[in-house]
Design a protein around this ligand. Structure first.
Ligand code: ZN
Length: 134
């Protein structure tokens, strides 16, 4: 009998994102361009509703936000989001490494940062559906 049943963890069962939150991600990524934007995702009852920005970790070094010692100890955090100014909406090797180590769901948004310029991935780097809800 496992000490903790991860299959019953609602963090492993994120199904949707609020339209408002997605719009905020796309707008922030656009305004940060050509730098990369990054943040953590907070969810409640299977819905991503909020971004968490960590001070001092957003600009500069590529993927700096994801240095592991900066990761929040917060049980409502379900994963990460970051932008690809290059326009490729799929994870790099460094992204896959991060996804494996942290979180349940990860969003990548890409240039030109319009309504369809994003994709969601699980911890193994497989693309997975995420419904946009109001
Ligand atoms: Zn990336």
């Amino acid at each position: 009998m496992p000490l903790f049943d991860f299959s019953k963890d609602e963090r492993a069962n994120i199904k949707s994102i609020k339209r408002k939150t997605l719009r905020m991600i796309l707008e922030a990524s656009k305004s940060q361009y050509p730098e990369e934007f990054g943040a953590f995702l907070r969810a409640e009852k299977g819905v991503i509703r909020e971004l968490i920005l960590l001070p001092g970790t957003i600009l500069g070094e590529r993927h700096a936000i994801f240095r592991l010692h900066n990761l929040p100890i917060d049980f409502t955090v379900v994963g990460t989001v970051h932008s690809h100014p290059s326009g490729e909406c799929y994870p790099s090797d460094a992204d896959l490494d991060l996804f494996r180590r942290y979180g349940w769901i990860h969003i990548i948004v890409c240039n030109p940062f319009d309504r369809d310029s994003w994709a969601a991935f699980d911890g193994a780097g497989n693309e997975r559906p995420l419904r946009v809800i109001d």
